[in-house]
Design a protein around this ligand. Sequence first.
Ligand code: NCN
Ligand code: DMD
Length: 350
Amino acid sequence: MKLFEETLRSIGGLDKDAVKRAQARLDSRMKPKGSLGKLERIAVQFAGITGKVFNKADRRCHIVASADNGVIEEGVSSCPLEFTEIVSEAMLNEIAAIGILCKSIGVDFKLIDIGIKGGIKRDYPNLHIEKVKNGTANLRNEPAMTREECIEAIETGIRTINNLKDNYDIFSNGEMGIANTTTSSAVLYALTGEDIELIVGRGGGLSDEGLLKKKRVIKEACELHKVMEIDPVDVVAKVGGLDIACMTGMYLGAAAAKKPMLVDGFISGVAALAASKIAPLSRDYMIATHKSEEPGMKVLLDSLELDAMLHMDMRLGEGTGAVLAYPVITGALEIIKKMKKVDEVYELFA
Ligand SMILES: O=C(O)c1ccc[n+]([C@@H]2O[C@H](COP(=O)([O-])O)[C@@H](O)[C@H]2O)c1
Ligand SMILES: Cc1cc2nc[nH]c2cc1C
């Protein structure tokens, strides 16, 4: 609780002077003003985060939070519960998508077991067992977790960033948790009040009948827990998941540490929204990466007022979209450093 509160107190806004200097430098390069679009916005945001115009994003760390969700009992997912554990272990062995992308793009990978039911049986140096409990309760009937458990998971996310912040320039997050598109949809519905039809999708591949049931479960659970009347921490506790809570903590920890955090798809994005509702300034440290195919992604990005740079028709999660964005970030930081002014280019070539 103490770490959570201290972290909230230490989150400040961007360095406005560095933002101005970075924009002025970009505007003075040999190119039409603003013509590098999002690349410019990334370079400027980075400057605001670190207080320096020139930055590096060579030391990159991707952290996956894995957890199970009791609401799976309601038949809201097309996948079996044990996929959470098995896919997480495949990630650690670099045979699941995120493990392959991290290795090929040059990103350190870590996985936190924040609440896998049972858990991964073998040890791995980059597997961190930080289990708050063995999966959440079924939110259709009772709160997924207590407020205390939720804050414990948030603090685990914060602590993870605090422990790593001196070794990395930038972070990204992702998740693995069967039924977590149900929990994410419920949290998104609670935090935005948007039409459920625009929020809830098929997740890992639900049937028409399953989709109808999923919408009904989410609506009924949100009514049961009176989600429109409670604060964002209680929303995550009652209808969210341990993975969402842990990623929420990662966003808060990154903002407090003045490090950028890449936002992945639907579930990672919902955690970003929860963090921004808990500490509005934390949004300044987030960089949206890709627009997941999950329909609620549009509601989410509109609510966060963030724009995704990649449209890859992806909906896997794990942080796959976020990790794909690292080369774009590096491109933005090299541009601001290396492009020259008109007169400098003239001097060389005219
Ligand atoms: O991140 C996304 O945009 C995303 C969209 C759809 C599904 N997923 C992944 O699929 C799993 C959840 O799907 P479901 O249908 O069981 O809720 C979970 O492990 C997520 O990583 C992820
Ligand atoms: C196979 C599989 C892999 C995943 N990775 C993230 N969510 C997933 C869901 C499924 C079903």
